[in-house]
Design a protein. Structure first.
Length: 495
């Protein structure tokens, strides 16, 4: 059993059973740490002894406190509910909920009590100020704005993807003990490229819940990175999150239940269905649209175990439909045992335009490509980089006619790295462009993942539509974002 660490139970973090020392707990109940590791008074510091028994029971049952903590607080010493003052724990080094990691000079609020448009705008401006202070340099290996934006979106995504049966969702709680959440502490409170969300949240912690804040922060970076798109092409559509935002989320103090709920990329579209469709209530169009948050940022070995940009590096700081362009206008081949880890397998760009030195390492996960492709022509075998070669699935590519509007409008006319695209009468030459010059005959069709002219992925038609018309994607994304970030809560509109 893991518990939250306080100075009262610090010895327990090393797996020993010790009597709790009451001294430091005498004047606090809902304990928090400030940035120097010192305890500060929590929300219920003035609870009356008459209310103590029920308060203690609620805190323990919710996982916010342990009996060791509350039974040694002076006003709770007579609760009569404490079964013991010793506890055995496993080794742990951090609080489960980010709530306890944030800096707040006042009393950090758990549930937002009211919010206006001006308050929403103020948070957005503060988050975007941090983003804009980062270097706009973006090359194959260094792109601070993409990294930071991707991390902020990953926070929001990993927060809402644990929703199931009315539990979890955008509750501001991310279980740092779960390996799937590795790296999120950096942009929450430790600092990604020198900036963390804690730098902003400390200004709003007494009036806006962390759960609401994470959603606003994600919307702020999506708008900031969308602006790069609009700066390049003013005819592209702006995205309005502000009008649809609703407030009132309660920050959870414990979310150990969430471990294992995030989709495992190795499990392909079965994982997408379990998380996005079955648990979160999205349809396949919305699930595909929401997956395009991968447009921002990259996968890092030290975090997820995967490696590379979902797009070229420059597009990875632009919130656009390039995720779908990359999926269909580039050729992808399996890369097994990423960094020597057999449990991590992905897809790497292999077409004629592959240029890791200048564009960065480009990759896709099973959970990305499976939306459009399957490994067989019947659509029964999901994408799996680990077993692709043995299933004669060496290269994913679509018939260029399927994405003609997309690559012309959004990709400088390039398909599989070239603007000289063979016509439909020269199908082998098209394959050679996407899969390698050695596959230039009709008999090389065996390398294709599924049937090139008839994709069988569960969201194939939607992916094709999103690649060819960005506005179609934006509409579905906003619907999906609304559902994902409001699941499990009764919320209110901004005033």
């Amino acid at each position: 059993m893991s518990i939250f660490i306080s100075s009262c139970v610090m010895l327990l973090a090393f797996g020993r059973s010790e009597s709790v020392q009451p001294t430091a707990c005498k004047t606090t109940n809902l304990l928090q740490f400030d940035t120097e590791g010192k305890i500060k008074l929590g929300k219920h510091g003035n609870a009356l002894r008459s209310d103590c028994k029920s308060w203690c029971a609620v805190k323990v049952s919710s996982g916010a406190k342990t009996w060791d903590q509350v039974c040694n607080w002076n006003d709770c010493s007579e609760c009569g509910e404490c079964p013991t003052t010793t506890t055995t724990t496993e080794t742990t080094t951090s609080w489960q909920s980010p709530f306890f990691s944030m800096t707040c000079s006042g009393t950090q609020i758990q549930t937002t009590e009211s919010m206006t448009f001006s308050q929403y705008d103020a948070v957005v401006a503060s988050v975007q100020s941090l983003y804009n202070n980062l270097s706009s340099t973006c090359n194959a290996t260094y792109c601070p704005q993409a990294d930071w934006a991707g991390c902020v979106l990953r926070i929001a995504g990993h927060d809402f993807m644990d929703y199931m049966n009315g539990e979890g969702g955008s509750d501001g709680c991310i279980d740092f003990h779960d390996a799937d959440n590795a790296g999120l502490a950096e942009c929450i409170h430790e600092g990604e490229h020198g900036h963390s969300l804690d730098d902003v949240y400390s200004q709003y912690c007494t009036i806006i819940s962390l759960a609401d804040f994470f959603v606003i922060a994600a919307e702020a970076v999506m708008n900031a990175t969308r602006q790069h798109v609009l700066d390049d092409d003013s005819t592209r559509s702006a995205i309005d999150f502000r009008s649809n935002f609703e407030w009132g989320r309660t920050t959870a103090l414990n979310c150990a239940f969430a471990e294992g709920r995030l989709p495992n990329p190795e499990n392909s579209c079965s994982a997408v269905k379990a998380t996005f469709v079955d648990a979160m209530g999205l349809n396949w169009a919305e699930a595909a649209a929401l997956s395009a948050v991968h447009t921002l940022g990259r996968a890092k070995i030290e975090n997820s175990g995967y490696d590379g940009w979902w797009s070229d590096a420059v597009n990875s700081r632009k919130f656009n439909n390039d995720y779908f362009i990359s999926m269909l206008a580039k050729g992808w081949g399996p890369e097994t045992s990423v960094n020597g880890n057999s449990a991590k397998n992905q897809w790497m760009r292999i077409d004629s335009g592959t240029d890791e030195a200048n564009l960065g390492k480009e990759m896709m996960l099973n959970t990305d490509l499976c939306l459009y492709f399957t490994m067989d022509t019947a659509g029964d075998v999901e994408m799996d980089a680990a077993t692709a070669v043995e299933n004669e699935c060496n290269c994913t590519w679509p018939s260029p006619v399927f994405i003609k509007d997309g690559y012309k409008q959004y990709n400088n006319g390039e398909f599989c790295g070239s603007i000289s695209i063979p016509g439909s009468s020269d199908f082998p030459a098209q394959r050679a462009l996407c899969c390698g010059s050695q596959f230039d005959t009709t008999s090389d069709a065996w390398v294709d993942c599924g049937k090139v002219t008839s994709p069988q992925g569960p969201a194939a038609n939607h992916v094709k539509a999103f690649a060819n018309d960005e506005d179609v994607w934006i509409k579905q994304f906003q619907r999906a974002w609304k559902t994902a970030t409001t699941n499990g809560f009764a919320l209110k509109n901004l005033s």
